[in-house]
Structure formats: structure tokens, C-alpha cells
Design a protein around this ligand. Structure first.
Ligand code: ADP
Ligand code: MG
Length: 185
């Protein structure tokens, strides 16, 4: 399966009347994919249920349609994948394989703590994508708590720097869409 999206989500199905902290105009402006051509990143920050993953997949789909190579990875799965590769002495090989994509979507970084080795592996990946490929990152952690999440070690700061540098950052807020559905149904 090409981009490995976990669920089918389309931008056409995104309700901007519910999610008012990002506009349709802002999202549509990304769809010329200049951000990919310039190797910029997108970062969606916000609490659970506000549409971060939906937007990431929706934009990812459009990128595939526009001819870009896109890969979706849940952050935990990605960390595990890198860990397995590292144990087999194949971290470099795996990182190069992941760097073949124009766009890597890393979904839900920050929900669970990572080991030092996991942070190091992630750093290796981010480092080789830096200014060469694009990342869409979704996270529940704002930058002020990233240091804490990464245990303030010497790997954290370069990861944060490399992701934030050349990136469009969208802070999403509002009510969880999941709760809304519960209430209205
Ligand atoms: P997050 O990644 O921010 O936790 P999701 O993108 O997974 O949230 O959204 C949770 C669920 O609600 C998904 O099924 C998603 O499709 C839906 N959803 C969230 N926001 C919207 C929205 N503005 N319009 C339509 N569906 C939405
Ligand atoms: Mg999500």
C-alpha cells in the first residue's frame, strides 16, 4: 500500500465550522505543495480530537495525487521500526529507505515517553531528512514542553531545532470532534 495511511481521511470531509483555529484558506494555500518543493515542514500542535491526524492524512492524500512520494507513520510505530533496525545493525539502511519519500508524516509524537536510544534513532532520521525532505508532524505537546518530553538531553534540542526550522506551525484548539459526535448522536 502506497502511503500507508491508517484510515481514509479527506480534506473534503473536514469541517471548518467545527475547527475554527485553522481556516480552509490556510489549508488550501498548502496544496500548491511549495512547502514540499522547498523542503519545509508542517507541524500541527493541539489536544486530542481537534483534527490533526485528519488534516495530515488529507494533505498527504493530495500530495500523493500531485505525484509526491508520501509515507505515513504513527510516531510509536516509527520508533519501534527504527529500534528493530538499530538492533539488526541496519539503522542507516532504514533511515535511507525512509528518506526516499518526499514527505514523511509522523503522527502523534509526544503521547508516550521515549527511551534514550529511541530519541537517538529519531535524531538520526530527522537529521538525514533535514533540508532534504519534508515532514508533517502532529503532536499534543507545544514547544515549551518538548524539552521535558525529550528529557532535555543533547539530542532533544537539535531534533526540535531541525523540525521547527523551515516549518509552518499550526496551533489547533477547540473542542474534540469525537466529543461533539458523542453529544450530537
Ligand atoms: P487528532 O489527531 O487531533 O487527535 P483526529 O484528526 O484523529 O484528531 O480527529 C478525531 C476524529 O474526528 C477523526 O475521525 C476525524 O476525522 C474527526 N474530525 C476531527 N476534526 C474534524 C473536523 N473539523 N471535521 C471533520 N472531522 C473531524
Ligand atoms: Mg491524531
Amino acid at each position: 500500500k502506497m502511503a500507508a495511511f491508517p484510515v481514509e481521511k479527506r480534506l473534503e470531509g473536514f469541517d471548518y465550522r467545527h475547527q475554527t483555529t485553522i481556516t480552509k484558506r490556510q489549508v488550501n494555500a498548502l496544496l500548491d505543495f511549495q512547502f514540499l518543493d522547498e523542503r519545509n515542514n508542517l507541524v500541527f500542535i493541539g489536544p486530542p480530537g481537534v483534527g490533526k491526524t485528519h488534516l495530515a492524512i488529507g494533505i498527504g492524500h493530495k500530495a500523493v495525487e500531485a505525484g509526491y512520494r508520501v509515507l505515513f507513520r504513527n510516531a510509536l510505530d516509527l520508533v519501534e521500526e527504527l529500534e528493530l533496525a538499530e538492533m539488526k545493525g541496519e539503522l542507516k539502511k532504514r533511515v535511507s529507505a525512509l528518506a526516499k519519500y518526499d514527505l514523511l508524516i509522523i503522527d502523534e509524537l509526544g503521547y508516550l515517553p521515549m527511551t534514550r536510544q529511541a530519541r537517538y534513532n529519531l535524531f538520526q532520521l530527522i537529521n538525514s531528512l533535514y533540508e532534504y525532505r519534508s515532514i508533517i508532524l502532529t503532536t499534543n505537546k507545544d514547544f515549551t514542553s518538548w524539552g521535558e518530553f525529550f528529557h532535555d538531553d543533547n539530542v532533544a534540542v537539535p531534533i526540535i531545532d531541525r523540525v521547527i526550522h523551515h516549518s509552518h506551525i499550526f496551533m489547533l484548539g477547540g473542542e474534540s470532534y469525537r466529543l461533539k459526535q458523542k453529544v450530537t448522536s
